[in-house]
Design a protein around this ligand. Structure first.
Ligand code: PLP
Length: 374
């Protein structure tokens, strides 16, 4: 049996997405910038997707810029804020995605900006009082904090952060890569300046996403130089098939969202219950057991002779999960999030992440395999 419990890394495509993309591939190959019939046909598909995204998020189509996904969006915001909006100070957290942390680090080395890291507690919650202290300087500030953490599931108290940012005149960017398509999101109800999203996290194709730029508050210039695509914000011929797939993935994600959410929550609760029964001593990182993003469960197993190789053993058993760590030249790098939470060096948390496509039978199989190792 093969079980895919790594849906925070990427998700399988909805059949409807494959169909919509195949239809577009068969029928529509024009360049959306061409003025002839073929180009106009392609343009219609791009604008249809944009309108869909705008409707679901309750924003204007003019505020959406298609791009290659979360990494590009995060780079565009951070670099654009420094080069175009006079940002001199960036506030972030130790548990952001590398697409934010490494970009902030690089920009701090290149540009004359200061960086502050808001403190977190043992559960990975942002310290809002510390954030308020950090906001009190007179430098023009960008706050970049993710909506849901991709390793420990914690949800940001986004409206509280937004209020603080507005009170102290800071710009606010949130990486919503793990929440768009998983919760109904009304961007009129959250006062922020930038949002990044990525289609492959909600059962759409890889290599495509979008950036939301609040048209009432900010404007930045593109990350790359080139043509005038995406209303001068993102040069390069549009990823037409990707954009079509993204639009269809959003439709499918928001169709019967409540039912799908209930199914994922049931699978996660069942997994927790069975883990507790079978492996005494398991604990869970961050908010992943209860309050956090419903798709993610980060499990700290008791000490195991396999150590960090447990994840590889599970792979041999047919189970795909993740450690939130990267392997290079045979060395396992501990995830920055796990480090920031001060997890014992001898423990190796494993992230299991679910979708409505998973089943209780898969949980049973996974538990049986885990039992072999403890
Ligand atoms: N931000 C978060 C929270 C993510 O989980 C990911 C994906 O791993 C990214 C950004 C990067 O997105 P993309 O794969 O579209 O570049």
């Amino acid at each position: 049996m093969r079980v895919y419990f790594d849906n925070a890394a990427t998700t399988p495509l909805y059949p409807e997405v494959i169909q919509a993309m195949s239809d577009a591939m068969m029928k529509t190959f024009g360049n959306p910038s061409s003025v002839h019939h073929y180009g106009r046909e392609a343009r219609v598909l791009v604008e249809k997707s944009r309108k869909l995204v705008a409707e679901y998020l309750n924003i204007s189509p003019a505020e959406i810029f298609f791009n290659s996904g979360g990494t590009e969006g995060n780079n565009a915001v951070i670099q654009g804020c420094i080069s175009d909006l006079g940002i001199q100070h960036i506030i972030t957290s130790p548990i952001e995605h590398p697409a934010v942390l490494n970009t902030v680090k690089k920009m701090a080395e290149k540009a004359n900006i200061s960086v502050s890291v808001v403190s977190i507690n043992g559960k990975g919650h942002i310290n809002l009082e510390h954030l308020e202290e950090l906001l009190q300087g007179d430098k023009k500030t960008l706050v970049t904090l993710m909506h849901a953490n991709n390793e420990i599931s914690n949800l940001l108290p986004i409206n509280n952060v937004s209020k603080l940012c507005r009170q102290y005149g800071a710009l606010f960017h949130s990486d919503m890569v793990q929440t768009i398509g998983h919760y109904k999101i009304d961007l009129q109800a959250i006062d922020l300046d930038f949002v990044t999203a990525s289609s492959h996290k909600f059962h759409g194709p890889k290599g495509v996403g979008f950036l939301y730029v609040n048209g009432n508050t900010v404007a930045i210039t593109p990350l790359f130089s080139g043509g005038s695509q995406e209303r001068n914000m993102r040069p390069g011929t549009e990823n037409l098939m990707g954009i079509v797939g993204l639009g269809e993935a959003l439709i499918q994600s928001y169709k019967s969202l409540e039912t799908k959410m209930m199914k994922v929550k049931d699978i996660k609760a069942y997994f927790i219950q069975e883990l507790r029964k079978s492996i005494p001593g398991v604990t869970f990182l961050g908010d992943s057991e209860e309050k956090g993003l419903y798709t993610i469960l980060n499990v700290v197993f008791p000490k195991n002779p396999a150590g960090e190789m447990l994840i590889n053993n599970l792979d041999i058993d047919g189970i795909a999960a993740s450690m939130g760590s990267a392997c290079s030249s045979g060395t396992t790098l501990r995830s920055t999030v796990v480090k920031a939470l001060g997890v014992d060096e001898e423990l190796h948390p494993i992230r299991f992440s679910f979708s409505h496509m998973n089943t209780r039978e898969e949980v049973n199989y996974c538990i049986d395999m885990l039992k072999k190792h403890f």
